[in-house]
Design a binder for this molecule. Structure first.
Ligand code: AMP
Length: 435
């Protein structure tokens, strides 16, 4: 299958080939023709499957082909893409711009954490495609800077994550502001009862499509575990990076404070590093991500929440400086490597405190991970395990997780994981067509 068979115009095909993509991914092959046909979709696809282009490309095509009366459409957006996080909004908007760069459609992204003023100005200037997080979009609706009455296509991206983050009331309010007659697409990694109820409420005779996660941990990713003492982890990390000459490494830390401290230590050792976590301003987070993507920094130290949804092409190495509190988060973390067909490596630095967490992860993956010890970093058998309170060692104040999350538990409905797919995609809203 080639992109040229999917019904996209030459300008779009040109930007696809400029991106270096020659073959559509399975979700793109399934979704693009259906969206072009005007169908409502309920798509089970995770980050890494190419889902963003799966909805962005046909939306660009549809809006270009219906360019219509510009005087009517000038100020009101015609397509709305809702995302759960600011980072995802920025990335989706980047995709819209990349794939639409040879078209004359206008787009904007609006999200919280930055001033309302410039966004209101952009909204008033008018656009075709709006990418937004729900809360900030409603702020603009209240201020009368956003008008959703001209929406022709709606996308709910990462719908399960949106519900996890408590956006359901906001989504309902936003749905009420849009015309009933529109095309709606919902993308979600999992299909809980709550998601199905939401879908049944706004999708019209939806077609369900699903694709397997492209890089399940078992195939594209090589896992290894270095056993090491807690106090030697930083030095081991530096040694591994230096010995292997790694140039783009995503490191997971459990807390914001830990991420900052580690990033500082790496910088002192001459390894360019930045921290990415929720206490950073939006500007600082975006800068860190951009610098990482452009190889200006070698190591990005992130907390689980901050790393969610970040899209970096073919990230070669993911390192768990500390294991996550919840085994499913390991799968989530390593989903950042080995994407879009590339192979990746997931390395965990595990001290005696974390043996139980490691066993939980192995149980979830249904296999033992390879254990290594680097000479000079042999664990001292005399060191006793210290408890990890609430998933963290003793310091119970700062957490990379939201309130209400206790050790080993996830908030209800959480768990956008590859394995196990608890709420399988066979449960679709009644009446949905399944492809
Ligand atoms: P997504 O699932 O939308 O987050 O996309 C995952 C990654 O796959 C992104 O970095 C895209 O740039 C990349 N990608 C999307 N479509 C293709 C394609 N057809 N061929 C190769 N890479 C792709």
């Amino acid at each position: 299958m080639s992109f040229s068979k999917l019904g996209l115009r030459a300008e779009i095909l040109r930007s696809i080939s400029e991106q270096g993509y020659d073959t559509p991914t399975p979700i793109q092959t399934k979704a693009i023709p259906l969206v072009l046909d005007g169908c409502d979709l309920m798509a089970a696809a995770q980050t890494g499957t190419g889902k963003t282009a799966g909805f962005t490309l046909p939306i660009l095509e549809l809006l270009s082909s219906r360019n219509g009366d510009l005087s009517l459409t000038r100020f009101k957006p015609r397509a709305l893409i809702l995302t759960p996080t600011r980072e995802l909004a920025v990335q989706v908007h980047e995709s819209v711009r990349t794939y639409g760069k040879h078209l004359s459609l206008r787009s904007a992204a609006i999200y919280g954490g930055v001033g309302l003023g410039p966004q209101a100005k952009a909204l008033r200037a008018g656009m075709d495609i709006l990418v937004a997080t729900p809360g900030r979009l409603l702020d603009h609706v209240k201020q009368r800077s956003a008008d959703l009455s001209g929406i022709e296509v709606l996308v709910l991206d990462e719908a399960d994550r949106m519900l996890d983050m408590g956006f359901l009331p906001d989504i309902r309010k936003i749905l009420a502001l849009m015309p009933k007659q529109k095309q709606s697409l919902m993308f979600s990694a999992t299909f809980s009862e709550e998601i199905r109820v939401l879908a049944a409420g706004f999708l019209r005779d939806p077609i369900s499509i699903e694709v397997a996660k492209r890089n399940a941990p078992a195939d594209a990713v090589k896992h290894s575990v270095y056993r090491v003492d807690r106090v030697k982890k930083r030095d081991l990390l530096i040694k591994l990076i230096e010995d292997h000459g790694w140039h783009q490494v995503l490191v997971f830390a459990r807390t914001k404070h830990g991420a900052d401290a580690l990033s500082e230590r790496l910088n002192k050792a001459g390894i360019r590093s930045a921290a990415l976590h929720g206490n950073k301003t939006q500007g600082a987070r975006q800068r860190a991500l951009e610098d990482f993507k452009r190889n200006k920094v070698t190591v990005l130290v992130a907390t689980d929440i901050a790393a969610r949804g970040i899209d970096i092409d073919q990230l070669p190495h993911v390192i768990n400086f500390e294991l996550p509190n919840v085994a499913e988060d390991y799968v989530h973390r390593i989903g950042r490597t080995g994407r879009a067909g590339a192979s990746g490596e997931a390395i965990s630095l595990v001290c005696v405190d974390e043996h139980r967490l490691l066993r939980d992860i192995e149980r979830l993956l249904k296999r033992e991970l390879e254990k290594k010890v680097l000479p000079g970093f042999e664990p001292d058998p005399g060191i006793r395990a210290e408890p990890i309170a609430n998933g963290r060692r003793s310091d119970s104040k700062s957490s990379s997780h939201g309130a209400g999350q206790r050790s080993g538990q996830r908030p209800a409905g959480a768990g956008r994981t590859a394995a196990p797919r608890r709420n399988s995609t066979s449960q679709h809203p009644s009446g949905s067509r399944h492809y």
